[in-house]
Design a protein around this ligand. Structure first.
Ligand SMILES: CCCCCCCCCC/C=C\CCCCCCCCCC(=O)SCCNC(=O)CCNC(=O)[C@H](O)C(C)(C)COP(=O)(O)OP(=O)(O)OC[C@H]1O[C@@H](n2cnc3c(N)ncnc32)[C@H](O)[C@@H]1OP(=O)(O)O
Ligand SMILES: Cc1cc2nc3c(=O)[nH]c(=O)nc-3n(C[C@H](O)[C@H](O)[C@H](O)COP(=O)(O)OP(=O)(O)OC[C@H]3O[C@@H](n4cnc5c(N)ncnc54)[C@H](O)[C@@H]3O)c2cc1C
Length: 572
């Protein structure tokens, strides 16, 4: 369960960030000194980057690490209340070490953020070490299993060799040696890539519960005098749940692609080839934001589609939501990640394509769009014919929508500059367009990867049903974002009407396979932990049993009667 924990755990940061950061940024000597004991849980670590005053703005982090050549040590210090490390998972009570991100000062100069391994608790007694003030930040929206903590460092001294020096170095005389690329110290790409797969898992769990429950729940009347129908037969219920089902499959394929891309490019980086790091950063940042926002909303759709019992923790849906929703904030707040993808990749690529550069990777379509702009526009200028059956033409439609929104954002910046605004102001006054461009780019990537995956499916029946899901995912996205497509001249109102009609047909086509498609996720009852989503569909008996086990029912007359109600009654 450590690879994909079902519930947040105090060791998540140790496994998910402390160990991977050592792998990516420690020297062989440091691996020997720290990784082995960390792997054996002698050392338990966390990743302490965020401070009370800064989480997003890394360059604004205030914790300092000042090199003292006379003692060959770094002095770690929290200079202000806002510099106190705040939020790191497992920091409050579990960890005895932390990878602390601090502004490196040596020979009177600041060289920016670097990573330092700081012992924070005694390895035997677990008592905080001198100069270390550490504790839990208090109750949260959820994540109650995790002791997210605070860490105040008061001139804490660590050896020179505790700075992670695989890339940047400090010599014994205090000389700073730059890393081959400043971007290597950012990190965080690993977890962002993993989170894409977490989005898929959260969707798969949620729609499994909601669709199974919708197959056993009977309610109301469809035809007078007939038995109450399964709620899964209502078109509105299908319209809520089947697009979520399609997204669960789409994100599963994207999650696999993201993991494979991370492995491939991080392998190149370990071999000294940093050329693909911008694509990896942009892709992981954008897809992390795109998939978590979509999954976050979809979990709530699944919960509400189960009526009152969806609100009971016996459904597991409230817990899935509470545990998933912080993914939109941590590991890079989603808006900020979308802006990164747009500003640091899409607009830069657009400008390169506009001067004729042939682009590679996920933005190669911007070269085609630039070439298209140079060709005379067709006289009709109208939208191309729309096929609601041809997946490749839909992929092309999403590609053109993305190209259009990237161009719109780039032109907005240009217009703001022409109005006399500074670079920074021009970008800020175009940031809504930049987020839209990133969203459209990621949406195109997801649709394309879904359709590409179908080419790898040999079984005709499986390919047919996955093609139906892919069609539903693409057409539902088109309907939900029809404004973008209409504004870009890629869709007409009659075509939008046809899309809505086709979606209704697809819902009907998917109805017979819906339960089998969630069973195919193969999420056993233990993993689902949901009375509503039980494989045997025996909901009511187990719901009653679940309630009977509630602690409040341990006694027939609760002590509150004697403590409060009875005395209250006697005073009235
Ligand atoms: C050994 C294995 C062990 C077993 C493994 C088990 C498997 C996993 C187990 C899993 C178990 C549990 C799962 C884990 C659970 C996790 C629980 C919660 C974790 C939450 C942790 C956190 O939240 S950590 C803190 C996260 N914080 C952030 O992400 C901060 C966000 N802010 C930023 O990133 C930056 O401020 C910014 C990028 C937004 C802006 O920074 P800055 O202004 O300095 O940069 P610029 O925009 O000017 O860009 C400069 C150039 O740098 C490039 N760039 C930026 N970021 C990166 C990056 N990350 N990587 C690469 N490149 C980057 C940017 O593109 C610019 O480039 P140029 O344009 O070329 O100049
Ligand atoms: C459950 C949980 C676990 C966490 N675990 C860890 C951990 O283990 N280690 C760790 O170091 N941190 C951890 N964090 C902290 C997390 O990484 C930060 O909360 C996150 O990076 C967001 O930063 P922030 O809180 O400063 O929000 P802010 O950046 O202050 O965001 C507030 C608002 O400002 C907006 N905003 C900020 N900057 C910009 C910008 N440039 N342009 C436009 N809008 C902007 C955001 O979009 C957002 O709407 C955790 C957080 C949570 C909730």
């Amino acid at each position: 369960s450590c690879v994909h924990p079902d519930r947040p755990e105090p060791l998540d940061l140790h496994l998910g960030m402390f160990l991977p950061t050592l792998l990516n940024q420690a020297t062989p000597e440091q691996m020997e000194r720290f990784f082995t004991p960390a792997w054996n849980l002698r050392i338990i670590g966390t990743y302490a980057q965020t401070e009370m005053g800064h989480g997003t703005h890394l360059r604004g982090l205030e914790t300092t690490a000042t090199f003292d050549p006379s003692t060959q040590e770094f002095v770690l210090h929290s200079p202000t209340i806002s510099s106190i490390k705040w939020w790191p998972g497992g920091l409050g009570k579990t960890s005895n070490h932390a990878i602390v991100l601090a502004q490196l000062h040596t020979q009177g100069r600041c060289h920016g953020l670097h990573a330092f391994i700081v012992p924070i608790r005694d390895m035997d007694t677990h008592v905080p070490l001198p100069g270390v003030v550490v504790g839990d930040i208090g109750p949260k929206f959820g994540f109650s299993e995790v002791d997210n903590g605070f860490l105040k460092l008061e001139h804490v001294r660590i050896p020179l060799d505790n700075m992670l020096m695989k890339f940047a170095k400090v010599e014994p005389d205090g000389t700073y040696v730059k890393p081959p690329s400043a971007k290597l110290t950012y990190g965080m790409v690993f977890i962002r890539s993993m989170i894409v797969g977490q989005s898929a898992l959260a969707l798969a769990k949620s729609c499994t519960i909601a669709i199974r429950y919708s197959a056993v729940r009977h309610q109301s009347e469809l035809r007078p005098g007939e038995p109450e129908p399964q709620i899964l037969n209502y078109q509105t219920q299908q319209h809520k749940l089947f697009p979520v089902l399609a997204a669960a499959y789409a994100f599963t394929f994207v999650g696999q692609y993201m993991k494979d891309t991370y492995r491939r490019i991080s392998g190149d980086i370990h071999a000294g080839d940093y050329s693909q790091l911008p694509e990896l950063h942009a892709l992981s940042a954008g897809l992390k934001a795109f998939t978590t926002w979509a999954a976050n909303a979809a979990i709530e759709v699944c919960r509400m589609s189960c009526g009152g019992h969806g609100y009971s923790r016996s459904s597991a849906l409230p817990d899935i939501y509470v545990e998933f929703t912080p993914t939109c904030t941590y590991e890079g707040e989603n808006t900020v990640m979308m802006l990164q993808t747009a500003s640091r990749y899409l607009v830069k690529s657009y400008r390169q394509a506009s001067v004729g550069q042939r682009l590679q990777g996920s933005v190669s379509y911007l070269s085609e769009a630039a070439a298209q702009r140079l060709r005379p526009r067709p006289v009709s200028g109208g939208a191309a014919p729309l096929s609601t059956q041809d997946l490749l033409s839909l992929v092309h439609l999403y590609q053109r929508r993305a190209a259009s929104l990237v161009e719109l954002a780039a032109k907005s910046i240009q217009q703001e500059l022409q109005r006399g605004r500074s670079q920074e102001e021009a970008w800020n006054h175009s940031s809504i367009d930049l987020v839209r461009a990133s969203d459209a780019h990621c949406h195109f990537v997801v649709v394309k990867l879904f359709v590409d995956k179908l080419e790898q499916v040999d079984d005709a029946a499986v390919k047919a049903v996955l093609s139906t899901l892919a069609l539903l995912y693409a057409l539902k996205g088109l309907a939900d974002n029809s404004g973008d497509f209409l504004q870009a001249g890629l869709l007409t109102v009659p075509q939008a009407t046809r899309v809505s009609a086709r979606i209704k047909e697809l819902l009907e086509e998917l109805r017979p396979d819906a339960v089998a498609l969630v069973d195919a996720f193969d999420l056993n009852d233990r993993k689902l932990n949901s009375v509503l989503g039980r494989y045997d569909g025996n909901v009511y008996e187990h719901l009653y049993e679940w309630a009977r086990q509630s602690p409040l029912n341990a006694t027939e007359v609760h002590e509150s009667f004697h403590k409060y109600l009875k005395p209250l009654r006697s005073r009235l």
